[in-house]
Design a protein around this ligand. Structure first.
Ligand SMILES: Nc1nc2c(c(=O)[nH]1)N[C@H]1C(S)=C(S)[C@@H](COP(=O)(O)O)O[C@H]1N2
Ligand SMILES: [Mo]
Length: 555
């Protein structure tokens, strides 16, 4: 034990120099993407080779596309020190699980096990891209269940980082513990056509060309955005808790929810705040899943009106102004905190707000991935507030305290980075801005000369309808007006997208086309022409003109 101390202390260097590069990503499960390359580069030139190695390793964990960043850094480190990649050979002391279990705080030092190995990760706690609080949950015990929860860890380079902190071995008789279960083993089967963005938790979008084949997206192809494992809910014991005024709690079973309140149906589009994030990533790295243009889908939702339930619970007209309706899901992380979000009370109570506690999607029972048995559908509002696997509804003077309401899903100036961001300064995203994208032809397609048909979707938040979609074949110099299809919904309640299409002659002699689309909503809001000025560190609200470059086959 004592022998190990000096080694451990030496790592304070690492902690100090890298604290700047580490950012408070909060407890977001995907938060492994806060990377400030310039700073990390600055630190390792000063260090000796072992420090450099550690800086390199920790830097890689902080990397945006960790693979990319790490690959580059490893190459450079190996150029500087050809032995850098070789693992040190050492004999380690042996510990029991009980001994490891005594190291559960920064004061007692933080130890963890992985397989049969023991690691002192005290100095890594601050650097953990998922935030210190998440990694501290594993203190004194095994990492496996946490890594199973957040599959981002199951990568060779993460193991390599961990190896730098090894302090011992578990005593042999303690190594044969039953394997920890995979919290995602109960997730439902998914359609193989989906383009998977992350497997655990499951995040996927349909192929863009399929997206506009149907006005209502088939549920199996509807984009899926989960932060955690899909909870297994027993419909017989399911209860929805609704906190009424004065703390009286209403507990509704599924049959009660379905029979006590009239069923209301709404066709509404859901869009993730991160839809089209990958385009922002091309400008400068952002933190989040690499969504293409299909983190958006449309369904016919059926369920009880939230306002009917709140009225039943005792709410009337007096609670206005700054009140919020908070939702909690049944999906919980390892610290026991559930996914949550809130919407303004006014939206929830408005006759024309159409907020549902939905139990049906496209005429069928809600699928498990989409929130079975009950989810919130908040038409016109960002996907994140449409809480799935709903367990609790609460009216409050405060917005939801959840991480996703407070420290995520907010927009910032392009000048704000992870060192300067202050999440309290920006409002939570609710209504989304005007959006459109080209789903067909796909990027880099080759089309025959003659006529070309271009297809896409257009949608705006807040119930604003789409009044026009302009399409250009020459990068935005000249424009055509697309034809729109789909339901025309009442003004102020245009919750669903319009699919559009344009058939136009391919200009004779052209070998390449720069197809562009942009939509206009009923408030005459338009999309910005480029991504750069709307870039933000979290990669949300990405709605610049969508551009697709294609080739024209020559006769
Ligand atoms: N309980 C719970 N609700 C949730 C989420 C979640 O992870 N857990 N993800 C949110 C986000 S960010 C989005 S975009 C939508 C996605 O809904 P979908 O998977 O039905 O497309 O669900 C929202 N509701
Ligand atoms: Mo989302």
């Amino acid at each position: 034990m004592l022998l190990l101390r000096p080694v451990a202390r030496g790592r304070w260097f690492l902690q100090r120099t890298l604290r700047l590069a580490a950012v408070a990503c909060g407890s977001h499960p995907q938060a492994c993407t806060a990377w400030t390359p310039s700073r990390a580069h600055g630190t390792w030139s000063a260090g000796d080779s072992s420090r450099r190695r550690k800086v390199m390793a920790a830097g890689a964990l902080l990397g945006l596309a960790a693979g990319l960043a790490y690959g580059d850094h490893r190459r450079r480190a190996e150029e500087a020190d050809p032995n850098a990649a070789a693992a040190p050979q050492a004999l380690y002391p042996v510990f029991t699980r009980q001994e490891v279990g005594r190291h559960r705080s920064l004061a007692d030092r933080v130890w963890v096990t992985y397989g049969s190995e023991v690691f002192d990760i005290t100095d890594f706690v601050e650097l953990h891209p998922g935030g210190p609080s998440k990694i501290l949950l594993a203190a004194g015990g095994a990492l496996e269940p946490f890594w199973a929860m957040y599959a981002v860890h199951s990568q060779e380079h993460v193991l390599e980082i961990l190896r730098g902190y090894k302090v011992g071995e578990l005593s042999p008789e303690e190594q044969s513990q039953p394997a920890q279960g995979d919290p995602y083993s109960g997730d439902p089967p998914r359609h193989p056509a989906l383009k998977v963005n992350s497997l655990k938790p499951f995040n996927a979008e349909p192929p863009a060309e399929l997206l506009t084949e149907n006005y209502l997206t088939p549920s199996q192809l509807f984009f899926k955005r989960n932060h955690l494992p899909v909870p297994a809910v027993d419909p017989a014991s399911y209860r929805l808790e609704v906190e009424g005024p004065g703390g009286r709690t209403l507990s509704l079973s599924l049959p009660e929810l379905k029979s006590r309140f009239p069923k209301h149906e709404v066709t509404a589009t859901l869009q993730c705040a991160g839809n089209r994030r990958s385009e922002m990533n091309h400008v400068r790295p952002v933190k989040g899943l690499e969504w293409g243009i299909a983190a958006i889908s449309t369904a016919r939702w059926g369920g009880a009106r939230l306002r009917d339930i709140l009225a039943y619970a005792g709410y009337g007209g007096e609670e206005t102004g700054e009140w919020h309706v908070c939702f909690e899901g049944l999906d919980k992380d390892l610290s026991g905190s559930a996914y949550g979000a809130s919407i303004p009370y006014g939206k929830a109570m408005a006759c024309e707000g159409d907020v549902l506690l939905a139990y049906e999607m496209n005429g069928e029972e809600l699928p498990r991935d989409h929130g079975y048995p009950v989810r919130v559908v908040v038409p016109g509002v960002v996907g994140a507030r449409n809480v799935k696997w709903l367990s609790r509804v609460l009216v409050s003077r405060e917005e939801s305290p959840s991480h996703w309401q407070q420290n995520d899903y907010k927009g910032f100036s392009p000048s704000v980075d992870w060192d300067t961001v202050d999440f309290t300064t920006a409002p939570a995203i609710q209504e989304l801005p005007i959006q459109s994208a080209i789903t067909d032809p796909p990027p880099s397609a080759t089309v025959p000369p003659g006529e070309l048909t271009i297809k896409g979707y257009a949608w705006s938040g807040g119930g604003r309808g789409v009044i026009r979609v302009d399409v250009s074949l020459d990068g935005g110099r000249t424009w055509h007006v697309a034809e729109m299809a789909g339901e025309e919904q009442p003004p102020g309640r245009a919750w669903a997208w319009r699919l559009w299409q344009l058939t136009a002659p391919v200009p004779t002699g052209s070998t390449e086309l720069d197809i562009v689309c942009k939509a206009v909503d009923t408030s005459y809001n338009v999309q910005p022409d480029t991504v750069e000025p709307i870039w933000n560190l979290r990669g949300v609200l990405s709605n610049a003109w969508h551009r697709v470059h294609i080739t024209v086959a020559q006769d």
